[in-house]
Design a protein around this ligand. Sequence first.
Ligand SMILES: *Cc1c(COP(=O)(O)O)cnc(C)c1O
Length: 450
Amino acid sequence: MAKMHEHDAALTDLVFDYMRERLAMPEVPLDFPGTSHEVLSALDGLFTAEGRPANQVMDLYDNVISRTVISADSPKFLAFIPAAPTKAALLFDMVVSCASLQAISWLEASGAVAAENQVLRWMADLVGLPEGAGGTFVSGGSAANLAALTVARDMGRKKLGGKVPVRIAISEQAHSSNRNSLSILDVEPLVVPCENFRMTGEDLARALANDTSDVPVVGVVGTAGTTNAGIVDDLAGIGAIARERGMWFHVDAAYGGAALLAPSVREVFNGVELADSITMDPHKWWFSPFDVAAIIYRNPALAKEVHTQKASYLDVLHEDGDTDWNPTDYAYHLTRRARGLPLWFSVAVNGTDAYRDAVESSLSLTREVADYIRAHDSFELVQEPTLSVVLWRHKDWTAADYARMQNTLLDQQIGFVTPTVWQGETVGRFAFIHPHTTLDMVVHMFEAIA
Ligand SMILES: *Cc1c(COP(=O)(O)O)cnc(C)c1O
């Protein structure tokens, strides 16, 4: 046991020095994907019975492992959904770790739970959810969607009087995690064809009217910011139909939710306040480190009914009945780190205006990039951007050219840009999240590949 702590002081310096250096970088290096040979041979035989000097292992991390991780928080990372954690959030993530903060229950961690709830309330206010709304933070949007869809299924079944088959409607553009969740839950999706890649109330009404199955549709998932194209569904139209028919309305705003902060696009979210549950990922556009997603319910008591784990050793958590808030009761999890606190600390320190401005900066960059593409002879927009995703094509390119683009940009450390598929066609895609991504960086990418 003593042996495990022999080097604690030196280790602390070693790790803090590394972190200090990383935090002081004006821009983190993009870095490269590794080959499996390179990574595996560096790790080969590392574990020994006696252990190794920490600086040797730290060097291995710094010189090999970290270099084969493409930095999602580089402003030149425009693939998938990038990350851009604030220093405040990164630093507080270390506090959460160092203090072994876990936040299952009010009994064990009331302060941490109250602080997480404060930031959930801030998010719920942006959505327009009522006073009683609440939820918890889970590891990601996929987990949040699973938590919500479980409640949607069980509430639908409850109304029907038992464990009967039910379905949930989703659009063709809904994130893959929703279909995955439905498959885990053994719920068939009703896939709603959408006229314009954006599910409207009419699309949903038509799909329900044309439906010949007699398995009841008890819920619907609307997307507020599709991952592939940044499109926001007609939440007001979908929400109205859900209300009318007593269907659960889940809004997947894992990527797009942060744009609720931005007055320039707030209107496209109209109707989001009708949500029975909503997913928003702080590790995407709310400038938190991985891994954290908020799941917020209009009526959290329903989620509690579905997700509370009952075990004799846990009875003490529920002794105070309805007054104590136990985050464990609102998703499929028990032990959980207080992963909402980095966002809480960063919002408290930086202020909410800084959040609004950072989101607006990516939205205005998106408009500038769209203008650049419109003015260019060889490139064109595939779709008008709604949020901060831009789909574009080069008029003469085939799929192989997009693959070449990805490699060229990464080889030269100019950018990390991956293609996507839109209506069967391979096209270029940028996702802007990082407030330090500039128009110059993007123009440089286009010039390198044109
Ligand atoms: C990213 C994303 C998800 C999945 O979130 P993870 O945090 O990666 O699990 C779900 N839905 C949408 C719309 C997303 O953009």
